[in-house]
Design a protein. Structure first.
Length: 202
């Protein structure tokens, strides 16, 4: 399948995401987060290359060239913590939300015996902050740089017809596949996804 056809299908079936009306920690683009963050060694609490502004591309290239940094001992943190403006930079009704990018990745499965190929399209969302969950007056689960995703499973038959088979909805400890027939649809082509309060699980 040509790239243009893949992009057309990915755009056609992109999810329509509804945030909780009380959501305070809103999505943003990755570059905005990088612009506000610093890289820290969590073992020593030392900031790596302080004061240096990274573009998302430059950061990625540097991490590739420095594999020892690209590990669990390092984190992109927000120096001002929850007071960082990018954590809640606009109201949920703000038109700026319509400009938040949706990061898309796709792959094809090997053909089945009848020649059907599955196009798996992952849609990722970036949040500056995952808010806490309260249980018995205790707050837990809060962290920076919250990335959530859903994945569409599109079956492509040998004759070229495409069926939306199922949607994978994610949360931090796993997720589940929901058959297309059980989804809520917007305009018959876009699955509706509801984001949980603070944690953004779908």
């Amino acid at each position: 399948m040509e790239r243009a056809a893949v992009e057309q299908l990915a755009h056609k079936h992109r999810p329509l995401v509804f945030l909780h009306p009380n959501e305070a920690y809103l999505p943003l683009d990755f570059q905005t987060y990088v612009d506000s963050a610093q890289l820290k060694d969590t073992r020593t609490q030392q900031v790596v290359r302080p004061g240096e502004a990274f573009s998302a591309q430059a950061l990625g290239q540097w991490l590739q060239a420095t594999p020892e940094i690209n590990a669990g001992d390092y984190t992109l943190f927000l120096p001002l913590g929850r007071d960082t403006p990018v954590i809640a930079q606009y109201h949920p009704d703000d038109a700026a939300l319509t400009r938040v990018p949706l990061y898309v990745h796709h792959r094809f499965t090997p053909p089945s015996d009848d020649g059907t190929v599955h196009l798996m399209v992952s849609y990722s969302f970036m949040y500056a902050y995952n808010g806490p969950e309260s249980v018995l007056c205790w707050d837990f689960g809060a962290h920076y740089a919250d990335i959530e995703h859903v994945t569409a499973d599109l079956a492509i038959r040998p004759r070229g017809d495409v069926t939306f088979e199922q949607l994978y909805t994610s949360r931090h400890n796993g997720g589940q596949w929901i058959p297309g027939a059980e989804l809520m649809w917007n305009g018959g082509e876009r699955p509706t996804v509801f984001s949980s309060l603070n944690g953004h699980a779908s």
